[in-house]
Design a protein around this ligand. Structure first.
Ligand code: FE2
Length: 350
């Protein structure tokens, strides 16, 4: 990557980093060709320099791109091992045996550095979604999202560690609910639902049995289905009386559930799920935390490739803030504004 002055830039160079204005609004996304009109606009905004990709011989570039492709297509080994470890926890508990706090700490040791070092977790979330067992991958995914939300709130490493633990363990009580109810491909009866609703209490007991000592993790396990308006379970705790960890895990839980295939419905595209979390959660989620999730996703998503409903692919250039699920896209040399082209919509990230 090289830094060059905008005043004597060769034409149509590829931008290597996102450019933001002073309010943090994205002006241009990385990967875009810096046409002269863009250069003029940046100069008007008072910018002097930009980061560009170095010239690379075609052969070297192809190697670089295929390495990047491979990296994109594989789940990081730490995340994959955490899913395996969690599967083992559930199996052990469902057989009536105990898991130890050390096993949980080791799993957190694996994933925490991976999550903290990753600026963009959307790729991990997508690869995790492709794993078939919902409860296993969901617990790791909630852990990943919760840590990123915690980071955005400025939480320190000890707190992030406990958030990762809370994400990993929030549904651990499902090990003591019959599997046929967890995976039932139809609506649960009232009686079945009451059985499933016991899982936060089972989880609390399992945490006691493994001698967990972190109060905030206990609380998040117990409260992750409580709702901001007091309509949740098991104790109908109201809004701000809910621990901040419980509110973070609840947002991560709902977002991951919406973007995952479930036995009774298909996954929702990521940006539609985000819109749902922010605007249609009916008072169930803490709106400030939902907005933090939106700010994080909207900041990292420019440059991502998406699949459209007509089967074509495009990359996200700029998010339309009032309708984030309909961003400005780039398809080859053409720009498509999904706010105007209403027949097109995004199916998923690629
Ligand atoms: Fe749950």
């Amino acid at each position: 990557m090289i830094k060059l002055s905008l005043h004597n830039l060769p034409v149509n160079q590829k931008l290597a980093r996102n450019i933001y204005d002073q309010e943090g609004q994205l002006l241009l996304a990385k990967g875009i060709l810096l046409e002269p009109r863009y250069v003029q606009q940046l100069l008007k905004k008072g910018l002097e320099e930009v980061f560009l990709w170095d010239e690379m011989p075609a052969e070297q570039l192809a190697q670089f791109e295929s390495r990047a492709e491979r990296r994109k297509a594989e789940l990081p080994p730490a995340i994959s091992s955490a899913v395996d470890a969690f599967r083992e926890f559930m199996h052990t508990l469902s057989q009536g045996h105990a898991i130890t706090i050390n096993q949980v700490e080791e799993t957190v040791d694996l994933i925490l550095p991976e999550i903290i070092s990753s600026n963009n977790i959307l790729r991990q979330m997508k690869l995790l979604r492709q794993k078939d067992e919902y409860t296993m991958k969901h617990s790791v995914s909630v852990s990943v999202i919760a840590v990123k939300l915690g980071e955005s709130m400025g939480l320190k490493e000890k707190a992030l560690r406990n958030l990762a633990k809370a994400g990993l363990l929030h549904d651990i009580g499902k090990a003591r609910v019959p599997m046929e109810l967890i995976n039932k491909p139809a609506q649960l009866t009232n009686q079945e639902f009451r059985v499933v609703q016991q899982h936060p209490l089972h989880g609390f007991k399992i945490a006691q049995e493994m001698r967990l000592t972190d109060l905030e993790v206990f609380t998040a396990i117990l409260q992750h289905h409580e709702k901001f308006d007091g309509s949740g379970y098991p104790f109908h705790v109201l809004g701000r009386k809910l621990h901040i960890f419980s509110r973070i895990i609840a947002v991560a839980d709902v977002f991951d559930a919406l973007t995952s295939d479930r036995p009774y419905r298909k996954a929702m595209p990521l940006l539609n799920a985000l819109d749902e979390v922010v605007n249609n959660s009916n008072g169930h989620l803490d709106p400030a935390i939902a907005r933090r999730l939106a700010a994080y996703v909207l900041n990292v998503i420019p440059g991502e490739l998406v699949m459209l409903n007509d089967g074509s692919t495009a990359s996200i250039v700029i998010i339309n803030k009032d309708e984030p699920q309909r961003p400005m896209l780039r398809k080859g040399d053409r720009f498509i504004n999904l706010q105007e082209e209403r027949d097109l919509h995004i199916i998923d990230l690629i």
